[in-house]
Design a binder for this molecule. Structure first.
Ligand code: MOS
Length: 720
């Protein structure tokens, strides 16, 4: 289906199913423990053996020799494959270091062997018997501050508008500060896991935990050099992803190699202590932000330069992603640097770019509001823009940032806060209030589905994943709405490479893209049914199709009818800047004697176009808010600079926030529609909910204490 202009009137205008509060389609199997996760495919591979990985014990260098004889002879062991036993595998999409094969070590815990045994304990015990002789590489400089000093001011700016230095020279107010965000780990509940059957070395079935079935499918084919037709990938239940599972990782590769070697299906989960160093993470960033404003608080110059790290060829973390677009201002200079470092790979983590960038920019906005002497909400309102400030010919399709700020201020009781830092006390606790803006880009990817009507039941097949976000639910709603059927009449079949290719789950594009694909498939099915019945203008409502002389229940159509389609989005989208917007308000407490920090109350107001399901959307946003509190207060990958190794590689020492840490969370969705954003006029919310949260906490802690901290995490030692 081609959409060549903004979606006008369509079947969704009288929201009957879409937009309603349905609880999770996949809730019952998940909460009863019957949902088959990748490591638990006893239904499909009941006799699977256990795989256990061995990771490299150096940060970079090469393997001189490996001795696996003892492991091979250990009890219960059925196969051992070491990295020296096979030629290096090709790299799949976005894999920067090889996932297996060859003598080179590019990062700590890069997989160098897999042991397959009859029990998990046997496999783990045997893996410890493999001895490895390494030749370590030259010590590497892993100091990102020093790297920033070296690269600052070099290279062409990514965005350069107007005479920035002149704007700073003339400004009534200037701020110029450095900000630091640490490396972050996705820390999803379910680690990277796969069960793979490649027993015959020919056809491969991969039950895995992945966000993007098609990318994964293609990457497996590339990695092993086999035809995609020989591979089936299934990922019906994913216990959290946050970007960690966008790309093929070592779990599936090792399980496949182990399965081929043992001649039996093999299951393998990366042990939690390996996840941080073996897989990907969000790079730390160093950011310098300079802002210039006139006496009325209008921004005149915005200068943002950032650095992050990656292995050569990687993308790092673009902390400047939002800066060209978020605020008005005639001049700006934006530059992002990615420096090479031999550390575990950095790649996407929830709201890659904006999540880190807004941690800095939204503190800077708070600082400038104070410098100008304005309320931080009003300061942001004054600097709103309805066009791309770097290219004023391009308007935002829909942008209701000001309304987010105003609605939030009203609902939160912002006007009652004490504007004097350190001025409010509740017993031993200093109380503060903070606000920050949220921005995250909007993207729609091509997405397809198949719709099958069979005796009044509607089956939807698509390779779309549900990573805990509610995709099953909103796709069933979309299909029911489009076909004029009740929600209960829809059966969802998802996340299987045998089904039509969808957008997958990432970049908060999943909801607007995959619902559009299901909409297109159902519209194709409507056309097929109308054609079958000889109706020119068919209407689908209340489980019936009507038109011409026909008025019949869909359940009366005796033959199975099916149709497949995908969305293609027209060029008109390029005439708009598109994004999602929000405002976060927090109340924090800081213990006056210990410096202990607490988030007492949070409110988010979100502008994301049509909200497809208020329950699943709210869950996404409050989950993002919790994650933002972790980013603000505790999350920090502790780098051992001598070894290139993240030392706190488990959930005891890498602390994430949980819902129970925050007694009160509220979310308000603006009731907007964005006709240019997607056929359903919807945008994503899953990443927006995280953006800006940490800065709101930082600004609240400043208001509570009078101590301005620009170095995350905002631990108690920094407030003393
Ligand atoms: Mo998202 S970081 O694209 O899963």
């Amino acid at each position: 289906m081609d959409f060549n202009e903004p979606a006008g009137s369509n079947v969704f205008d009288d929201e009957r199913v879409v937009g309603q509060r349905f609880t999770r389609y996949d809730g019952p199997p998940k909460v009863t423990g019957t949902a088959p996760y990748a490591y638990e495919r006893n239904d499909a591979a009941p006799d699977a053996l256990y795989g256990y990985p061995l990771g490299a014990g150096i940060g970079h260098g090469r393997i001189v020799s490996m001795n696996a004889d003892e492991a091979r002879n250990a009890p219960g062991v059925r196969a051992v494959v070491t990295t020296l036993d096979i030629d290096p595998l090709e790299k799949g999409m976005n894999n920067v270091a090889r996932l297996f094969g060859g003598a080179d070590v590019m990062h700590y815990h890069q997989a160098i062997a897999v042991v397959v045994a009859e029990t998990f304990e046997q496999a783990r015990a045997a893996a410890a018997m493999i001895s490895v002789e390494y030749e370590e590489g030259e010590p590497a400089d892993l100091d990102l501050d020093a790297a920033f000093e070296r690269v600052q001011g070099t290279g062409e700016p990514d965005t350069l508008v107007g005479d920035v230095e002149a704007a700073f020279a003339d400004a009534a107010h200037v701020i110029d500060n450095m900000y630091h965000t640490p490396g972050e780990s996705h820390t999803m509940m379910e680690p990277h896991s796969s069960t793979v059957d490649w027993s015959d070395g020919e056809d491969m079935t991969v039950w895995t935990s992945n966000q993007m079935i098609n990318w994964n499918h293609q990457s497996i084919a590339t990695t092993f050099g086999i035809e995609p037709e020989r591979i089936r990938v299934e990922s019906p239940y994913v216990g959290g992803g946050f970007g960690a599972k966008l790309w093929l990782r070592a779990d599936a590769v090792l399980a496949a190699l182990g399965s081929r070697a043992a001649g039996a299906p093999v299951k393998l989960a990366l042990p939690r202590p390996m996840v941080m160093n073996n897989t990907t993470h969000r790079s730390a960033t160093v950011q310098r932000i300079r802002l210039a404003a006139d006496g009325e608080g209008r921004l005149k110059g915005i200068w943002h330069e950032a650095a992050s790290y990656c292995l050569p060829g990687g993308r790092g973390e673009n902390a400047t992603a939002q800066t060209p677009l978020f605020y008005a201002g005639e001049t700006r200079r934006v530059k992002n640097h990615v420096v090479d470092m031999p550390l575990p790979e950095t790649a996407d983590m929830r709201a890659p770019g904006e999540a880190s960038g807004l941690m800095a920019l939204e503190i800077a906005m708070d600082e400038m509001a104070e410098a100008v002497g304005m309320d931080p909400v009003e300061f942001r309102v004054v600097n709103d823009t309805q066009v791309n400030p770097s290219n004023p010919e391009i308007p935002f399709s829909e942008r209701h940032y000001v309304e987010c700020l105003r609605r939030g201020a009203e609902a939160f009781g912002w006007a009652d806060r004490n504007t004097t830092p350190g001025g409010t006390r509740d017993g031993d606790w200093l109380i503060g209030h903070g606000v920050a803006g949220a921005y995250r880009g909007h993207l729609v990817l091509p997405s397809g589905a198949r719709a099958i009507l069979d005796g009044g039941k509607l089956v939807i097949e698509t390779d779309m994943t549900d990573i805990g976000t509610g995709s099953y639910t909103i796709l069933a709603q979309t299909a029911a709405e489009t076909m004029g059927l009740p929600y209960e009449a829809v059966e969802m079949r998802m996340a299987n490479s045998a089904y039509p290719v969808s957008s997958g789950s990432g970049g908060q594009f999943g909801a607007p893209s995959s619902t559009s694909g299901v909409y297109a498939a159902c519209m194709a099915l409507r056309a097929r049914i109308a054609e079958t019945l000889g109706i020119e203008e068919a209407d689908f409502a209340d489980g019936r199709v009507t038109g011409g002389d026909v008025d019949m229940a869909l359940s009366e159509i005796s033959e199975e009818v099916s149709a497949e389609d995908a969305i293609a989005w027209g060029d008109f989208q390029q005439n708009y800047a598109m994004g999602t917007f929000g405002a976060h308000f927090v109340e924090v407490g800081v213990h006056a004697y210990t410096g202990e920090t607490r988030v007492r109350r949070m409110l988010a107001v979100c502008d994301s176009g049509r909200i497809l399901n208020p329950i699943t959307a709210r869950s996404q946003v409050i989950g993002g808010m919790v994650m933002g509190v972790g980013a603000a207060l505790s999350e920090d990958m502790a780098l051992d600079r001598a070894r290139g190794f993240f030392a706190n590689h488990d959930m005891a020492s890498y602390e994430v926030a949980v819902h129970a840490d925050i007694p009160e969370q509220e979310v308000i969705f603006l009731d907007t529609l964005d006709a240019a954003a997607s056929p359903l006029k919807a945008k994503g919310v899953g990443e927006l909910g995280l953006c800006g949260v940490a800065a709101a906490v930082a600004n609240g802690l400043y208001n509570a204490t009078g101590v301005r901290v620009r170095d995350y995490p905002l631990t108690m030692d920094k407030f003393i």
